[in-house]
Design a protein around this ligand. Structure first.
Ligand SMILES: [Zn+2]
Length: 289
């Protein structure tokens, strides 16, 4: 999936080896457009949008990838009840929030459990953040061992390679794309790591005791942490060509060693097709992926 200024495009490989596309115009709700101009708030809006949009794209891909073209009509009826009631976008947002809850609160309880060993506030916050990082990294690592997610991460790597080749003005051939790095500075998954680091600093400003207050403030601070992390990501992106300061973005790149994998040539073809389609639809600058 590639995102342009006004559109997002997904390409998938069908069973008969043909490539199929799904493209969504970006919804320009007036309220969203206004909110997107406000620093800190715009990050939260962007994440909610990404969760909703991504969910629609994944739904398309999982609906189609194992269906032979021409036979997809029979599958149309198979929409689950939850999907009908809530809509695909809402499910995306809800599952994002659910994950956020788990990965925010579990570290709180784990750190609190070790209160007898590490009683100081500083120690507790560092411990909580370390648990959070460990949980996130091991979660990403273990899901990446499943064949499905491994493929997703290969496509993710393929997307980065395409963008890297494009930014060097190389013709988008499989060979030119494959030799590129599978890491990209502007990657959205770097964001995950920044939320852990930013969260740690923000937690110093609020009370850690008693436990219920800690739980409540962690939940209430979720949008704050997301909003600030988004600004940090934007800032590191802006500094990517500045000597020394460019290293600020490196933790995000390291995380991509987990969230991307080396793609196969066939997968690179799909990523090139998807990107080319987006460029056709939208002759403007590609901002994110
Ligand atoms: Zn990425």
């Amino acid at each position: 999936m590639f995102g342009g200024k006004d559109h997002t495009v997904t390409a998938i490989r069908r069973l008969d080896k043909s490539i199929d596309y799904y493209h969504l115009p970006r919804e320009k709700k007036p309220l969203f457009q206004k909110l997107k101009k406000i620093p800190f708030v715009r990050g939260v809006v962007a994440i909610v949008e990404a969760a909703a949009n991504g969910s629609k794209h994944i739904n398309f891909a999982s609906d189609r990838y194992d269906v032979v073209p021409g036979q997809e009509v029979e599958k149309v009826e198979e929409v689950s009840k939850i999907q009908m009631v809530l809509g695909v976008a809402a499910i995306g947002i809800l599952s994002f929030l659910f994950g956020k809850f788990i990965f925010t609160l579990l570290p709180v309880f784990l750190a609190d459990f070790f209160d007898f060993l590490v009683p100081s506030k500083t120690g507790q916050i560092v411990l909580e953040s370390s648990f959070k990082l460990l949980l996130l990294l091991s979660y990403i690592f273990f899901v990446s061992l499943t064949p499905l997610i491994k493929r997703v991460f290969q496509y993710h790597g393929a997307e980065h390679k395409v963008i890297n080749a494009f930014e060097q003005n190389l013709p988008l051939t499989v060979q030119n794309v494959q030799i590129q790095s599978r890491l990209h500075y502007r990657c959205g998954s770097s964001f995950i790591l920044f939320t852990v680091i930013v969260g740690m600093f923000i937690y110093f400003l609020v009370p850690t005791d008693p436990l219920w207050l800690r739980v409540v403030n962690r939940i209430l601070l979720i949008p704050v942490v997301l909003g600030i992390s988004f600004e940090v990501l934007q800032t590191t992106n802006a500094l990517r060509n500045v000597p020394v300061l460019r290293y600020l973005g490196y933790p995000g790149l390291w995380l991509q060693l987990l969230t991307t994998k080396e793609p196969q040539d066939e997968q690179v073809e799909v990523a090139i097709a998807s990107f080319t389609k987006l460029r056709e639809i939208e002759k403007t600058h590609v901002v994110s992926n």
